[in-house]
Design a protein around this ligand. Structure first.
Ligand code: NAG
Length: 215
């Protein structure tokens, strides 16, 4: 009698161990997949920073002449476009295209002068890009990436999505070796007679870890 009860109990323990073990296996499998899949996606993304909307993505024109930058770049210069802001991808693409037209057709430059433009829609738009010497800040073009927030940020801060997009760009630049991992970040107004990127945004970027007072 007692031995029958014990045996039944023993069998139940074995059975529940099996169930537990298979549940554990499922958990492990799911955990492994969850770990593997998104991280692969992100790495691929970040390896190329391919989430950036490139020139063909916003309908830009190719450069008339490319001067190459020395990589990794040591400075990032934050500026604003002093244009109206934009809140959708089509509106932001329009702003970027207008700036390129102005730089190429009115000022007769080789390309849009700004390296990257950050929209209120949370997208980053490729201008002259990582590898091309831009035309944004006299004395710094050959050693800096110019990042312009689309809008005017003297009195207001950019929305969070716009600030986050700029941070994402900088982090991606370092991760992919385009930006030096101890790059210095400054506001355009620190090295040029302009209010750009506006007082509010200037105060904000002074909290970013790469900001320096004296470039
Ligand atoms: C531009 O971006 C699109 C969409 O992500 C991509 O298919 C295309 O290859 C890119 N072009 C260049 C020149 O990188």
């Amino acid at each position: 009698m007692i031995s029958t009860i014990l045996r039944a109990g023993y069998l139940r323990v074995i059975q529940s161990t099996r169930v537990l073990r298979s549940i554990n296996m499922q958990f492990l499998l799911i955990a492994a997949l969850t770990l593997l899949l998104p991280s692969r996606g992100n790495t691929q993304d970040d390896d190329e920073c391919s989430w950036i909307i490139n020139k063909s993505g916003w309908g830009g024109r190719p450069s008339k002449e490319v001067k190459y930058m020395n990589i990794p770049v040591r400075y990032v210069i934050i500026q604003h476009t002093a244009t109206p802001r934009c809140n959708s991808a089509s509106q932001c693409a329009d702003r970027v295209a207008n700036i390129q037209t102005y730089h190429m057709d009115t000022l007769n430059w080789h390309d849009i002068g700004i390296s990257f433009l950050v929209g209120g829609d949370g997208n980053v738009y490729e201008g002259s890009g990582w590898h091309q010497v831009g035309a944004h800040t006299r004395g710094y073009n050959t050693k800096s990436i110019g990042v312009a927030f689309i809008g005017n940020f003297d009195d207001v801060l950019p929305p969070k999505a716009q600030l986050d997009a700029a941070r994402h760009l900088l982090d991606c630049g370092v991760k992919t070796g385009r930006l030096s991992d101890d790059f210095k970040l400054i506001a355009q107004r620190q090295v040029s007679s302009t209010i750009s990127p506006g007082l509010s945004l200037f105060r904000e970027i002074q909290k970013w870890p790469e900001w320096v007072e004296i470039p």
